[in-house]
Design a binder for this molecule. Sequence first.
Ligand code: PGA
Length: 250
Amino acid sequence: MKKIAAFNWKMKPTSLDEAQKTIKAHKKWAKKYPGVQVITAPPTPFIKGLIRDPNPVSLSGQNISVYLDGAHTGNSSAAMLREIGCTYTIVGHSERRAMFNVTSEIVSKKAVMALEQGLTPIICFGESTRDEKGRYIDEITDQLLESLAGIPDKHISKIVLAYEPIWAIGAGAKRAVTTDELFSTIILIKNILNKRYGPARTNKIPILYGGSVKAHNAEELAAVNGVDGFLVGGASHIEDHFKAIIKSLS
Ligand code: PGA
């Protein structure tokens, strides 16, 4: 399994010109490290105008509707993203869970829709706080199982998981997880999946880590056993960071 570097641009940049520069640089470093699968998720309005041939990067949406089409103002469907060249889509990002009341049940529906339309869903989940009483363990367990609930067992290994603790995400985050925290959480996630889907299927599901992955910590986080790649936010726009992140996974 190739390690995955997935870049979530969020709602940046504001110009197509800048977006083109970013995608060009993502392509450049993806070419340099062909052993790493680079997935890039620009803002939807830019995707079509970015590049004719995304190779060797794969294009991803940042979100999809639970519906295929219809009266859903402001939404984009999995089929539409597929039509403009995407092969992946992020679903259940914590920012969307928080800002748009996206529940795990809705995330599961989006994941099913993505799979039905030929997109690989990158399903995000993660605790809001890491309390000392271990309540975060229940939060992760519930969120993960509910977000996967609608996916038929036989398709479960077609997804990508992104463990993103909310407290570690974005500009306001104080720090990323430590390698110990990450390792124990990956074991927890694998145990949950093993119990529900069995080891043969579980072993095929890539588990990414996301939250304050930067040039300075990519190497040590990439070395944590069980980490199959990263989902990167802010550093997606800064070449010194994303080249180091891609390299750390090579
Ligand atoms: P960050 O965001 O890398 O800026 O912490 C990660 C994410 O939101 O996916």
